[in-house]
Ligand binder design. Structure first.
Ligand code: FMN
Length: 275
Protein backbone atom coordinates (compact mmCIF):
# COMPACT_ATOMS: atom_id res chain seq x y z
CA UNK A 1 0.00 0.00 0.00
CA UNK A 2 1.42 3.39 -0.96
CA UNK A 3 1.25 5.96 1.81
CA UNK A 4 1.45 9.38 0.19
CA UNK A 5 3.72 12.13 1.42
CA UNK A 6 1.34 14.18 3.60
CA UNK A 7 2.81 17.44 2.35
CA UNK A 8 2.25 16.72 -1.31
CA UNK A 9 -0.99 16.48 -3.22
CA UNK A 10 -2.32 12.94 -3.24
CA UNK A 11 -4.93 13.52 -5.88
CA UNK A 12 -2.64 12.56 -8.77
CA UNK A 13 -2.40 9.12 -7.03
CA UNK A 14 -6.12 9.16 -6.43
CA UNK A 15 -6.74 9.62 -10.10
CA UNK A 16 -4.55 6.60 -10.78
CA UNK A 17 -4.94 3.16 -9.28
CA UNK A 18 -3.78 3.63 -5.72
CA UNK A 19 -6.44 1.78 -3.76
CA UNK A 20 -5.42 3.38 -0.46
CA UNK A 21 -6.53 6.77 -1.56
CA UNK A 22 -9.51 6.15 -3.75
CA UNK A 23 -11.52 3.03 -4.10
CA UNK A 24 -15.05 2.41 -5.24
CA UNK A 25 -17.77 1.43 -2.80
CA UNK A 26 -16.91 -2.16 -1.97
CA UNK A 27 -17.25 -3.85 1.40
CA UNK A 28 -14.62 -5.02 3.83
CA UNK A 29 -14.47 -8.47 5.43
CA UNK A 30 -17.08 -8.94 8.14
CA UNK A 31 -16.11 -7.90 11.67
CA UNK A 32 -17.84 -7.08 14.93
CA UNK A 33 -19.99 -4.29 16.25
CA UNK A 34 -22.79 -3.21 18.64
CA UNK A 35 -25.72 -0.95 19.69
CA UNK A 36 -27.32 0.32 16.57
CA UNK A 37 -29.35 3.46 16.41
CA UNK A 38 -30.87 4.70 13.18
CA UNK A 39 -32.38 7.93 11.94
CA UNK A 40 -33.49 6.45 8.67
CA UNK A 41 -37.22 6.45 8.12
CA UNK A 42 -39.12 4.19 5.70
CA UNK A 43 -37.21 3.59 2.49
CA UNK A 44 -39.38 4.50 -0.47
CA UNK A 45 -40.42 2.35 -3.35
CA UNK A 46 -37.79 1.29 -5.83
CA UNK A 47 -37.90 2.61 -9.35
CA UNK A 48 -36.37 0.85 -12.33
CA UNK A 49 -35.62 4.13 -14.10
CA UNK A 50 -31.89 4.45 -14.69
CA UNK A 51 -30.75 8.00 -14.10
CA UNK A 52 -27.05 8.84 -14.14
CA UNK A 53 -25.96 10.03 -10.72
CA UNK A 54 -22.67 10.28 -8.87
CA UNK A 55 -22.38 9.64 -5.16
CA UNK A 56 -19.21 10.51 -3.26
CA UNK A 57 -18.30 8.86 0.05
CA UNK A 58 -15.80 10.50 2.40
CA UNK A 59 -14.49 8.37 5.26
CA UNK A 60 -12.72 10.22 8.08
CA UNK A 61 -11.05 7.42 10.04
CA UNK A 62 -7.28 7.04 10.39
CA UNK A 63 -7.61 3.26 10.10
CA UNK A 64 -7.76 2.98 6.30
CA UNK A 65 -9.21 -0.33 5.18
CA UNK A 66 -9.47 -1.53 8.81
CA UNK A 67 -11.95 1.25 9.62
CA UNK A 68 -15.30 0.06 10.96
CA UNK A 69 -16.88 3.31 9.79
CA UNK A 70 -15.68 2.48 6.28
CA UNK A 71 -17.89 -0.62 6.39
CA UNK A 72 -20.93 1.62 6.84
CA UNK A 73 -19.84 4.11 4.16
CA UNK A 74 -19.29 1.22 1.76
CA UNK A 75 -22.71 -0.23 2.59
CA UNK A 76 -24.36 3.12 1.83
CA UNK A 77 -22.51 3.24 -1.48
CA UNK A 78 -23.51 -0.34 -2.34
CA UNK A 79 -27.14 0.55 -1.62
CA UNK A 80 -26.82 3.56 -3.93
CA UNK A 81 -25.16 1.40 -6.59
CA UNK A 82 -28.11 -1.01 -6.41
CA UNK A 83 -30.24 1.97 -7.46
CA UNK A 84 -27.97 2.73 -10.42
CA UNK A 85 -25.57 5.28 -8.90
CA UNK A 86 -21.90 5.59 -9.75
CA UNK A 87 -19.90 5.81 -6.54
CA UNK A 88 -16.47 6.91 -5.43
CA UNK A 89 -14.89 6.95 -1.97
CA UNK A 90 -12.17 9.14 -0.52
CA UNK A 91 -10.04 8.21 2.48
CA UNK A 92 -9.77 11.65 4.09
CA UNK A 93 -6.69 10.73 6.14
CA UNK A 94 -4.74 10.12 2.93
CA UNK A 95 -5.24 13.76 1.93
CA UNK A 96 -3.30 16.82 2.98
CA UNK A 97 -5.76 19.33 4.44
CA UNK A 98 -4.51 22.54 6.09
CA UNK A 99 -6.39 24.39 8.83
CA UNK A 100 -8.43 27.49 8.00
CA UNK A 101 -6.54 30.59 9.18
CA UNK A 102 -9.60 32.88 9.13
CA UNK A 103 -7.91 35.23 6.64
CA UNK A 104 -11.28 35.98 5.00
CA UNK A 105 -9.82 35.72 1.50
CA UNK A 106 -12.47 33.19 0.39
CA UNK A 107 -15.27 35.57 1.37
CA UNK A 108 -13.61 38.38 -0.55
CA UNK A 109 -12.33 36.62 -3.66
CA UNK A 110 -13.61 33.02 -3.62
CA UNK A 111 -9.98 31.84 -3.49
CA UNK A 112 -8.15 30.20 -0.59
CA UNK A 113 -4.41 30.93 -0.32
CA UNK A 114 -3.62 27.57 1.32
CA UNK A 115 -1.99 25.00 -0.96
CA UNK A 116 -3.21 21.48 -0.30
CA UNK A 117 -5.74 18.86 -1.43
CA UNK A 118 -8.82 20.78 -0.32
CA UNK A 119 -9.67 22.40 -3.69
CA UNK A 120 -9.65 19.02 -5.44
CA UNK A 121 -11.76 17.49 -2.68
CA UNK A 122 -14.24 20.36 -2.96
CA UNK A 123 -14.39 19.97 -6.75
CA UNK A 124 -15.31 16.33 -6.25
CA UNK A 125 -18.06 17.32 -3.84
CA UNK A 126 -19.41 19.81 -6.36
CA UNK A 127 -19.24 17.18 -9.09
CA UNK A 128 -21.34 14.72 -7.02
CA UNK A 129 -25.13 14.57 -6.80
CA UNK A 130 -24.90 13.28 -3.24
CA UNK A 131 -22.30 13.03 -0.47
CA UNK A 132 -21.93 10.38 2.23
CA UNK A 133 -19.98 11.47 5.30
CA UNK A 134 -18.45 8.89 7.62
CA UNK A 135 -16.60 9.50 10.87
CA UNK A 136 -15.89 7.55 14.02
CA UNK A 137 -16.89 9.23 17.25
CA UNK A 138 -13.75 10.86 18.68
CA UNK A 139 -14.49 12.48 22.06
CA UNK A 140 -18.14 13.03 21.21
CA UNK A 141 -17.40 14.59 17.86
CA UNK A 142 -16.05 13.99 14.35
CA UNK A 143 -12.36 13.38 13.73
CA UNK A 144 -10.04 16.37 13.31
CA UNK A 145 -9.42 16.17 9.54
CA UNK A 146 -13.15 16.25 8.82
CA UNK A 147 -13.51 19.29 11.09
CA UNK A 148 -10.61 20.88 9.19
CA UNK A 149 -12.54 20.31 5.95
CA UNK A 150 -15.73 21.79 7.44
CA UNK A 151 -13.80 24.86 8.61
CA UNK A 152 -12.58 25.39 5.05
CA UNK A 153 -16.20 25.53 3.87
CA UNK A 154 -17.38 28.78 5.47
CA UNK A 155 -17.58 30.50 2.07
CA UNK A 156 -19.42 27.44 0.68
CA UNK A 157 -21.92 27.79 3.53
CA UNK A 158 -22.38 31.54 2.96
CA UNK A 159 -23.04 30.79 -0.70
CA UNK A 160 -25.04 27.56 -0.05
CA UNK A 161 -22.83 25.84 -2.61
CA UNK A 162 -24.22 22.33 -2.07
CA UNK A 163 -27.77 23.45 -2.88
CA UNK A 164 -29.68 20.83 -4.84
CA UNK A 165 -27.48 17.99 -3.58
CA UNK A 166 -28.38 15.28 -1.10
CA UNK A 167 -26.37 13.72 1.68
CA UNK A 168 -26.32 11.39 4.64
CA UNK A 169 -23.93 10.45 7.43
CA UNK A 170 -22.70 7.36 9.25
CA UNK A 171 -20.76 6.94 12.48
CA UNK A 172 -19.31 4.16 14.60
CA UNK A 173 -18.46 4.60 18.27
CA UNK A 174 -16.96 2.43 20.97
CA UNK A 175 -19.78 2.97 23.45
CA UNK A 176 -22.02 5.96 22.78
CA UNK A 177 -22.55 9.28 21.05
CA UNK A 178 -22.79 7.90 17.52
CA UNK A 179 -26.17 9.47 16.75
CA UNK A 180 -25.05 12.89 18.01
CA UNK A 181 -22.12 12.71 15.60
CA UNK A 182 -24.43 11.63 12.76
CA UNK A 183 -26.74 14.52 13.59
CA UNK A 184 -23.85 17.00 13.56
CA UNK A 185 -22.55 15.83 10.18
CA UNK A 186 -26.05 16.01 8.69
CA UNK A 187 -26.46 19.48 10.17
CA UNK A 188 -23.30 20.60 8.37
CA UNK A 189 -24.59 19.14 5.10
CA UNK A 190 -27.81 21.09 5.62
CA UNK A 191 -25.83 24.25 6.43
CA UNK A 192 -24.08 23.86 3.09
CA UNK A 193 -27.45 23.79 1.32
CA UNK A 194 -27.72 20.00 0.84
CA UNK A 195 -30.70 17.93 1.93
CA UNK A 196 -29.90 15.27 4.53
CA UNK A 197 -31.86 12.07 3.98
CA UNK A 198 -30.91 10.15 7.14
CA UNK A 199 -28.08 8.51 9.00
CA UNK A 200 -26.84 5.36 10.65
CA UNK A 201 -24.83 5.16 13.84
CA UNK A 202 -23.66 2.13 15.77
CA UNK A 203 -21.73 1.49 18.98
CA UNK A 204 -19.41 -1.46 18.59
CA UNK A 205 -18.10 -1.98 22.11
CA UNK A 206 -20.51 -4.55 23.55
CA UNK A 207 -22.74 -6.21 20.95
CA UNK A 208 -20.63 -7.93 18.33
CA UNK A 209 -23.55 -8.39 15.94
CA UNK A 210 -24.66 -4.76 15.76
CA UNK A 211 -22.41 -3.89 12.80
CA UNK A 212 -24.17 -6.48 10.68
CA UNK A 213 -27.58 -4.86 11.21
CA UNK A 214 -25.99 -1.42 10.82
CA UNK A 215 -24.60 -2.42 7.42
CA UNK A 216 -28.09 -3.48 6.33
CA UNK A 217 -29.49 -0.15 7.52
CA UNK A 218 -26.67 1.68 5.76
CA UNK A 219 -27.51 -0.19 2.54
CA UNK A 220 -31.15 0.97 2.83
CA UNK A 221 -29.91 4.48 3.53
CA UNK A 222 -27.88 4.36 0.28
CA UNK A 223 -30.97 3.28 -1.62
CA UNK A 224 -32.95 6.14 -0.12
CA UNK A 225 -30.13 8.56 -0.99
CA UNK A 226 -30.18 7.54 -4.65
CA UNK A 227 -33.98 7.62 -4.71
CA UNK A 228 -33.87 11.12 -3.24
CA UNK A 229 -31.52 12.28 -6.01
CA UNK A 230 -34.09 10.91 -8.45
CA UNK A 231 -36.80 12.98 -6.75
CA UNK A 232 -38.69 10.05 -5.23
CA UNK A 233 -38.72 11.52 -1.73
CA UNK A 234 -39.64 15.04 -0.67
CA UNK A 235 -38.22 17.03 2.25
CA UNK A 236 -40.47 20.11 2.60
CA UNK A 237 -39.16 21.00 6.09
CA UNK A 238 -35.60 21.16 4.84
CA UNK A 239 -36.72 23.09 1.74
CA UNK A 240 -38.08 25.73 4.12
CA UNK A 241 -34.86 25.75 6.18
CA UNK A 242 -32.89 26.25 2.97
CA UNK A 243 -35.15 29.12 1.92
CA UNK A 244 -34.66 30.83 5.28
CA UNK A 245 -30.87 30.31 5.09
CA UNK A 246 -30.67 31.84 1.63
CA UNK A 247 -32.56 34.88 2.90
CA UNK A 248 -30.33 35.12 6.00
CA UNK A 249 -27.07 34.90 4.07
CA UNK A 250 -28.23 37.36 1.42
CA UNK A 251 -29.00 39.88 4.18
CA UNK A 252 -25.69 39.22 5.97
CA UNK A 253 -23.64 39.43 2.79
CA UNK A 254 -25.37 42.62 1.65
CA UNK A 255 -24.40 44.20 4.98
CA UNK A 256 -20.78 43.14 4.30
CA UNK A 257 -20.76 43.63 0.54
CA UNK A 258 -17.60 45.70 0.40
CA UNK A 259 -15.33 43.21 2.14
CA UNK A 260 -17.19 40.08 0.93
CA UNK A 261 -17.28 41.09 -2.74
CA UNK A 262 -17.10 37.57 -4.15
CA UNK A 263 -20.06 36.41 -2.06
CA UNK A 264 -22.06 39.50 -2.99
CA UNK A 265 -21.39 38.89 -6.70
CA UNK A 266 -22.28 35.20 -6.24
CA UNK A 267 -25.76 35.96 -4.96
CA UNK A 268 -26.31 38.78 -7.48
CA UNK A 269 -25.48 36.29 -10.23
CA UNK A 270 -27.94 33.79 -8.71
CA UNK A 271 -30.63 36.51 -8.84
CA UNK A 272 -31.13 36.44 -5.05
CA UNK A 273 -29.63 39.92 -4.45
CA UNK A 274 -30.51 42.93 -6.61
CA UNK A 275 -27.71 45.50 -6.79
C1 FMN B 1 -9.03 9.26 19.94
C2 FMN B 1 -10.26 8.42 20.08
C3 FMN B 1 -11.37 8.96 20.68
C4 FMN B 1 -12.53 8.21 20.83
N1 FMN B 1 -13.60 8.76 21.45
C5 FMN B 1 -14.72 8.01 21.64
C6 FMN B 1 -15.83 8.57 22.33
O1 FMN B 1 -15.84 9.71 22.78
N2 FMN B 1 -16.94 7.78 22.51
C7 FMN B 1 -16.99 6.49 22.05
O2 FMN B 1 -18.00 5.83 22.22
N3 FMN B 1 -15.94 5.96 21.35
C8 FMN B 1 -14.80 6.68 21.15
N4 FMN B 1 -13.74 6.14 20.45
C9 FMN B 1 -13.87 4.81 19.82
C10 FMN B 1 -14.17 4.92 18.30
O3 FMN B 1 -15.25 5.79 18.07
C11 FMN B 1 -14.54 3.54 17.75
O4 FMN B 1 -13.49 2.62 17.97
C12 FMN B 1 -14.86 3.62 16.26
O5 FMN B 1 -15.62 2.50 15.88
C13 FMN B 1 -13.61 3.65 15.41
O6 FMN B 1 -14.01 3.73 14.06
P1 FMN B 1 -13.01 3.41 12.89
O7 FMN B 1 -12.67 1.94 12.97
O8 FMN B 1 -13.78 3.72 11.66
O9 FMN B 1 -11.79 4.27 13.05
C14 FMN B 1 -12.57 6.88 20.32
C15 FMN B 1 -11.44 6.34 19.70
C16 FMN B 1 -10.28 7.10 19.59
C17 FMN B 1 -9.06 6.50 18.91
Amino acid sequence: MTIPDKKSSVFPHALGNDGHIFFRGRGLPDALLVNLSILLSNPGSRSNDVVSMKILGINASPKGKESQTLRLVNSVLRGAESEGAETEIIDLYSLHIEYCTACGECYATGECPLVDDYPELFDRMIDADAIVLGSPNYIDSITAPLKAVFDRMADAIHCQMLSGKYGCSVCTAGGSGQMEVVKYMNQVLTSLGATAVGGVGVAIGRDLSAIVQAEKDAFSLGQRLAQSVRGEHRYPEQDEIHRQRREYFCRLITLNKTRWAHEYDWWVEKGEIRR
